[in-house]
Design a protein around this ligand. Structure first.
Ligand SMILES: N[C@@H](CCC[C@H](N)C(=O)O)C(=O)O
Length: 283
């Protein structure tokens, strides 16, 4: 069996994209996805994304994603920008008369709407953030409480953390110097900490200015990545909730910047950033 794939990245957060529009189940199982993500023995990627048929009449397509460890997250911000470009490319190749620039994508985190804008960047309506402990989920505070600037112990040290769900869980810590964090060591300890029953993504953030945040991430199921879209959104929310930043800011990641805005009107988060095709091939 041969399967066509495309490799895309959003600020170096890279994915193998599979056209899965002819069937409801992913064409590859999790074990195969893990092998393909391997950077030495496979294609190399942070995850595999499947473009599936619409789940209902309110959406155009469905996105499913496997992390490089084979687990399935609810959402992926950089991934959904890549998916939008991939779908636009597929529709253009099929000669669709009026190529779409906006897609309503069904995800495990609800409907997410990416839009390809004039300069080729993708602006995504990421929905509203969830803050209650049971929604993250975390047992750091009571189920109906919010974990904002709460203390937790990791590696014999107290960290002040804020927890935000963008459909997937994030634990954000503001630090003086983000470069000084030993992410390789500390990241997995947060990810697997017993207060996060579904594990967590963890972001370390330095406030450069009220509209500029520098962030490094350890992703659940993928480890250190060059960028995390949902993580950048969660970071801005944590910054606003703790009075550290404005509602619109640039989040600088190792792979480049993302523009994030938390609307004071509808409470939704908007993320704008690039997505590029690197190469295509056949498995
Ligand atoms: N890189 C992503 C997030 C991918 C999912 C994450 N690893 C998880 O398990 O929640 C992004 O850009 O948002």
């Amino acid at each position: 069996m041969s399967i066509e794939f495309s490799k895309y990245h959003g600020l170096g957060n890279d994915f193998i994209l599979i056209d899965n529009r002819d069937r409801d189940e992913p064409r590859l199982d999790r074990d195969r996805a893990v092998k393909l993500c391997d950077r030495h023995f496979g294609i190399g990627a942070d995850g595999v994304i499947f473009a599936l048929p619409a789940a209902n009449s309110e959406t155009d397509y469905t996105m499913r994603i496997f992390n490089s460890d084979g687990s399935e997250p609810e959402m992926c911000g950089n991934g959904i920008r890549c998916l939008a470009r991939f779908l636009a490319d597929l529709e253009a190749a099929r000669g669709r008369e009026t190529p779409r620039s906006t897609f309503r994508i069904h995800t495990l985190a609800g409907t997410i709407v990416p839009q390809i804008v004039a300069d080729g960047q993708v602006r995504v309506d990421m929905g509203v953030p969830h803050l209650l402990a049971r929604e993250i989920p975390t047992t750091l505070v009571d189920a109906e409480e919010k974990a904002i600037d709460r203390s937790m112990e990791v590696a014999d040290r107290q960290w002040s953390v804020t927890c935000v769900s963008m459909g997937n869980p994030h634990c954000i810590t503001f630090v003086e110097d983000v470069a000084a964090i030993d992410l390789e060591k500390i990241g997995p300890l947060f990810e697997h900490h017993p207060v996060f029953p579904q594990r967590t993504n963890v972001e370390f953030v330095e406030v450069v200015a009220r509209d500029r945040l520098k962030m490094r991430v350890w992703e659940r199921g993928a480890g250190i990545t060059l960028a995390c879209g949902t993580g950048a959104c969660a970071t801005l929310v944590a910054g606003v909730l703790t009075g550290r930043c404005d509602r619109a800011a640039t989040v600088e990641l190792p792979g480049g910047p993302l523009a994030i805005e938390w609307s004071g009107g509808d409470g939704r988060i908007y993320m704008t950033g690039p997505a590029e095709c690197v190469f295509t091939g056949q498995i």
